[in-house]
Design a protein around this ligand. Structure first.
Ligand code: BJW
Ligand code: ZN
Length: 276
């Protein structure tokens, strides 16, 4: 499918300069320039691991140690990574315009937008957060030091003493509140509902917008629902869509129209130029 969208940076910039309400959807490609792996793109996580094996509640029930190993590794990588120029440009725009003018909906759990200084009220984390932990049975949530303590216990499993470094099911701590549920990363897996508070605050922002002028779609394959549905919601409110992606074919999924833009290339290069 040949994209019909424009590639003109100058027409995008002049549209953005008169946009009153801008929404954005951020995916794993935003953090790829920071050295974090994407899911389905080149070098995607799911090419070496089976997504269904790791990212569903059923997978965690079957093999919590494997799923925890995957998330411990991603947590280490995210901690070691730094926000890139695209995270920073988005954060600066959010600071400059305020939440009425610019809301970012992020599918990323890596904490890089937050560390770039994106104001929390203007950043909605649709798929949770790599640094929080929750119970599989009750509402108990652990954050900050309490979560770090659990992580430390997982990183030094008792298994070491038996000569095997691998995490085992019996190493996964139980919830201190209900005493029965296993603790898990506070992220959203397939077949799980998205955080209600987050969905309703996004809904309020959209409801309060008679029109949405611009929809930025950055570094996502746009395959996962309901996140991807926000693109169509913005279009219904009149938005012109601007897509940033390294892979040409991914744009086909979004059915871009003539008034939209498609910028092919790296988010860390293109996003700062677009928002400058
Ligand atoms: C660059 C770049 C660079 C690279 N610069 N670009 C059939 C039809 C429709 C829907 C469904 C269906 N069957 C099931 C569903 C629903 C399902 C779904 O959408 N499935 C689809 C796969 C079909 N959705 C759900 O289950 C959701 N829940 C739900 O629907 O609940 C209903 C419910 C209600 C009430 C009660 C119970 C249930 C939940 C979805 C959760 C997704 N979770 C994950 C894991 C999160 C934690 C973690 O990170 O581990 O979220 S999966 C994974 O995909 C992760 C991501 O956030 C998400 C999106 O991925 P993303 O960001 O798009 O990454 P990639 O890799 O796909 O794309 C990266 C892009 O960047 C590529 O295009 C590259 O080219 C590009 N790129 N380098 C610019 N430098
Ligand atoms: Zn519990």
């Amino acid at each position: 499918l040949r994209p019909r969208a424009s590639r003109s940076l100058s027409t995008f910039q002049s549209h953005l300069s008169v946009s009153v309400r801008t929404l954005s959807l951020l995916g794993a490609g935003l953090s790829a320039p920071s050295g974090l792996q994407t899911f389905r793109g080149l070098g995607g996580l799911w090419r070496t691991y089976d997504a269904k094996e790791l990212s569903t509640p059923a997978a965690f029930e079957r093999n919590p140690a494997l799923v925890w190993t995957f998330y411990l590794e991603r947590r280490r990588a995210a901690r070691a990574a730094h926000p890139n120029k695209a995270h920073k440009a988005l954060a600066e725009m959010a600071q400059r315009v305020g939440v009425e003018g610019f809301l970012a909906i992020s599918m990323n759990i890596d904490g890089l937008s937050e560390r770039a200084g994106h104001p929390p009220e203007a950043l909605k984390l649709l798929h949770g957060n790599l640094f929080d932990i929750k119970c599989t049975k009750c509402e108990h949530i652990l954050q900050g030091d309490a979560a770090d303590e659990v992580i430390q216990s997982l990183e030094k499993p008792s298994a070491e003493s038996s000569g095997s470094p691998a995490l085992r099911r019996e190493d996964i701590p139980k919830c201190s509140s209900c005493q029965s549920g296993l603790l898990r990363p506070a992220v959203v897996w397939f077949n799980e509902p998205l955080p209600f508070e987050t969905l309703s605050s996004i809904y309020s922002w959209i409801q309060a917008s008679p029109t949405i002028d611009t929809m930025l779609v950055i570094g996502t394959s746009a395959e996962v629902y309901p996140a991807t549905a926000y693109i169509e919601v913005a279009r219904q409110k009149g938005a012109r869509i601007a897509v940033v992606n390294v892979e040409k074919e991914d744009v086909g999924l979004l059915a871009l129209e003539e008034q939209d833009w498609y910028f092919e290339g790296h988010a860390a290069v293109l996003v700062p130029e677009m928002l400058s």
